[in-house]
Design a protein. Structure first.
Length: 434
């Protein structure tokens, strides 16, 4: 991922230096387990740990790989340069490259998930704060982009909070799903390495042993992980789209914070554009790009092929780095979002009471009017508001068929905004707890 959309902590997880450090730890812990089993001399296992403070030379490993055409062998050769070929001869005993590569990938994904979970906590905290701040800030709810019935800005934030809460739960499960390691040797039979080695390595590195691997860890685990990232990205876009809509000039119910000195357009000095949330929409697309390739990686030939390898070298860093950046950007947007309650009220009243049509419909049916006739009466008056800019309440009060069923006082009562917000506390209790 390009530096513009990357944060250093997540980038570091995917650096060559980090990758080689994890490879080294896997090999060193495996040697300890082999020595404990009597397979290799204890002195040789101890010798491997002499490299624990070594900064592995990425350029030197690349130089060796240019000859060997094999990255793990290149690393092992470089390790031998540090600890000596005699002490290194038992390194990687009974193991295959996928034992190192797959276990490392899962360690990196677990670390990435931990960062993403912390990111989600920031988003959740921002959404919760704004939800309570605007719990009773009335705005119009829309369906199909058209005015529907009153709601509150607090409920808008609350539903996004609930959605992100579900996503955090999904990511916790995905993290657990992918937190396995495999040190099972060629085709996963443990023929040349004891299962105790796998158990030891996994324990030391915070993983669970893969119950059954082939020569690779099953890729359905990774498919779930990247699918979860895709769902989270879609939720990021869901929030971003709402903010972009609210910032439209004709709506202007909220807008991204516009900092002093910021410029909105190179051509039009008046512009204040929702650039951050538009960016989030684009970043969500990039994260979702990883989902289908991850799904397609599940089907490998027999006990192993490497068709998944090139895919994961791309999607693992790109998807996690991009989502990390997006979640942090989203948290900032929500924290600083400028909300305009007066514009919300003005927008709701733009069609002069029209949004109360359902209350009138229900009142007419309660008064004994058939639903078909009640709908006809309400729609007849509603269309005058749409087409002629009439006042809905006044039209109802002037309609003899309506007033034959409802008194003026009963009609007036149907325009009370409080009716639509009476259960906000109940919803908040469901979302945030008592």
């Amino acid at each position: 991922m390009i530096p513009r959309y990357a944060r250093p902590e997540m980038v570091a997880i995917w650096s060559p230096e980090t990758r080689f450090r994890i490879w080294y730890e896997i090999e060193a812990h495996a040697c300890d387990a082999q020595a404990a089993l009597g397979v290799i001399p204890k002195a040789n296992a101890e010798a491997v740990w002499r490299a624990k403070d070594v900064e592995f030379d990425v350029a030197r490993i690349d130089e060796i790989e240019a000859v060997t055409k094999h990255d793990v062998i290149a690393f092992l050769t470089h390790l031998a340069e540090h600890i000596g070929s005699e002490d290194a001869r038992f390194v990687h005993q009974g193991m295959t490259s996928s034992d190192v590569l797959d276990t490392t990938l899962n360690i990196q994904l677990v670390r990435a998930a931990d960062i993403l979970l912390a990111d989600m906590d920031k988003v959740l905290a921002a959404l919760k704060k704004r939800a309570f701040e605007h719990k009773d800030t009335v705005r119009i709810g829309r369906s199909h982009g058209i005015h529907a019935e009153p709601t509150t800005m607090g409920l808008t934030f609350a539903r996004f909070y609930a959605e992100m809460g579900r996503n955090k739960n999904r990511l916790e499960k995905a993290r657990w799903e992918v937190a396995t390691g495999a040190i099972s040797g060629a085709v996963g039979t443990f023929a040349n390495i004891d299962p105790a080695v796998e158990e030891h390595v996994c324990e030391k590195l915070g993983l669970r042993p893969e119950p059954i691997s082939t020569q690779v860890i099953p890729r359905d685990r990774h498919a779930m992980f990247f699918a979860t990232l895709g769902v989270i990205a879609s939720s990021v876009e869901n929030i971003a789209i709402e903010i972009r809509h609210m910032q439209r000039t004709e709506v202007l119910e909220a807008e991204e914070f516009f900092s002093p000195g910021q410029k909105g357009s190179s051509a039009m000095p008046h512009k204040r554009n929702p650039v951050l949330t538009e960016n989030l929409t684009g970043l969500a697309r990039l994260v979702r790009m990883a989902v289908i390739p991850a799904m397609e990686n599940v089907a490998l030939w027999h006990e192993r092929d490497i068709s998944h390898s090139s895919v994961e070298r791309g999607i693992a860093p790109d998807a996690t780095i991009t989502l990390d950046f997006a979640l942090n950007r989203l948290a900032g947007v929500v924290e600083k979002l400028v909300v305009y309650p007066e514009n919300m009220l003005a927008n709701m009243n733009k069609f002069k009471g029209l949004v109360m049509s359902q209350r009138v419909l229900l009142a007419l049916t309660q008064a004994g009017v058939s639903r078909e006739d009640a709908y006809r009466l309400v729609q007849r008056n509603a269309m005058k508001v749409w087409e002629k800019g009439a006042d809905f309440r006044e039209e109802l009060l002037a309609d003899a068929e309506v007033t034959a069923a409802l008194s003026p006082a009963e009609i007036e009562e149907k325009f009370d905004l409080g009716y639509h917000t009476k259960h906000v506390d109940t919803i908040f209790a469901r979302v945030f707890g008592a």
